[in-house]
Design a protein around this ligand. Sequence first.
Ligand SMILES: C[S@@+](CC[C@H](N)C(=O)[O-])C[C@H]1O[C@@H](n2cnc3c(N)ncnc32)[C@H](O)[C@@H]1O
Length: 277
Amino acid sequence: MTDYRDPDELIRRAGRGNPEFDQHFLVDDRVLDRIPTYADEFDTTHVLEIGGGTGALTDRLLDVAEKVTVIERDPNLAEFVREEFAEVVEAGRLDVIQGDALEVDLPDYTVCISNLPYSASSDLTFRLLPEGKPAVLMYQLEFAERMAAEPGTSEYGRLTVATQHYADVELVEEVPREAFDPQPRVESAIVRLTPRAPEYEVDDEDFFLRFVKALFTQRRKNVRNAIRNTAHISGLDAPEAIVDALDEETLRKRPGDLRPSTFAELANIALEVGEPT
Ligand SMILES: C[S@@+](CC[C@H](N)C(=O)[O-])C[C@H]1O[C@@H](n2cnc3c(N)ncnc32)[C@H](O)[C@@H]1O
């Protein structure tokens, strides 16, 4: 077993994380050791790590990757990691980009393995998913459960359909608050995202995602009323024509009970007859 740097010692030298900047550092060695193993089936030649923090996970990633690129917003932490891993930086195996991962250009990575800053989880996920590359990511447990949810459950929603449009979602490990320093207020979970084409076809991806978003704003209404009430969100001039084109059984269901493939069928019909603007 490789002797990795002690995460508590890294924090002692780098300085304590600031929760206001999403700085909850993982200090449980067993969790840190397991994270790269969830990417065993993926090509780990070039790992992207968003939010390197003090480098405890970076240390492990360097063991499975030929190259690691870290994007870290905090200039002090970016500099700390550059100095801490000076030898591998020098050898060209580690790049540390100081910047906002929502804005900087992404490198040509093969897999993203990160303990994400939770306040940007959604934006970062939907920046990564269209890249079509696999990922192993730490989220707030509640967010992870929504990503992996099944139709008909209270967790199932826009986030589920949008995520599963791009990838298979597996919640591979729940992580308690005590695994972090400082501890977050909520439990966490590691999610594995395996990209694949969806099992349905959509005629217009942007419209599909907008239509799903619109219907889920009315998740307790039936589909008939949800389509009528959200034409301004989905951008449809003729919602009634869609209602006329659908069968009664579908119209009586609630958006939260529709499978992604049914959303796709509805979106394709809406695009054809609903006069989208
Ligand atoms: C939850 S910590 C994870 C740190 C480390 N990887 C670990 O596992 O202990 C998230 C890190 O993301 C950084 N961060 C926050 N927002 C960011 C953003 N928009 N882009 C890049 N890094 C960000 C924080 O400074 C922090 O170091």
